[in-house]
Design a protein around this ligand. Structure first.
Ligand SMILES: Cc1cc2nc3c(=O)[nH]c(=O)nc-3n(C[C@H](O)[C@H](O)[C@H](O)COP(=O)(O)OP(=O)(O)OC[C@H]3O[C@@H](n4cnc5c(N)ncnc54)[C@H](O)[C@@H]3O)c2cc1C
Length: 86
C-alpha cells in the first residue's frame, strides 16, 4: 500500500466532532466525549469558541461585590483539553 493510499484510508476512518461554544454545556460535552473516546485515535474533537476561558457565572455576584477576584472564577479552556492542537 502506498503512503498516499494509507493516508487517504486513515483520513476516511477519522470521525470529527465539533463542539460549538465553551460554556458549561460545551465543556461538559467535551469532558464526556474525551472520557468515552479516550483510547480511540480515530475520533478528533474540535472545540470552537470566542472565549479561551470558562467563567463560573454563579459566583459573578461575589466578584461584583468585591468578595473574590475575577481570576477565582475563570478557568482556562486548555485545562479541560486532554490533548491539544492550538
Ligand atoms: C450572574 C449569573 C448567575 C448564574 N447563576 C446560575 C446558577 O446559580 N445556576 C445555574 O444553573 N445557572 C446559573 N446561571 C446561568 C448559567 O450561567 C447559564 O445557564 C449557562 O452558562 C449556560 O451555559 P451554555 O453552555 O448553554 O452557554 P454559555 O455558558 O453562555 O456558553 C456559550 C459559549 O459559546 C461561545 N460563543 C457564543 N457565541 C459564539 C460565537 N459566535 N462564536 C464562537 N463562540 C461563541 C461563548 O464564548 C461561550 O463559550 C447564571 C448566569 C449568570 C449570568
Amino acid at each position: 500500500m502506498s503512503q498516499l493510499k494509507f493516508e487517504e484510508d486513515s483520513l476516511r476512518s477519522t470521525k470529527r466532532i465539533v463542539i460549538l461554544g465553551s460554556g458549561f454545556a460545551g465543556i461538559e460535552v467535551l469532558k464526556k466525549l474525551q472520557k468515552k473516546f479516550h483510547s480511540n485515535k480515530n475520533i478528533e474533537i474540535t472545540l470552537v469558541s470566542k472565549d479561551n476561558f470558562l467563567l463560573f457565572t454563579p459566583m459573578l455576584p461575589e466578584v461584583a461585590s468585591g468578595m473574590i477576584e475575577t481570576r477565582h472564577i475563570v478557568t482556562p479552556i486548555r485545562s479541560f483539553c486532554k490533548s491539544q492542537v492550538l
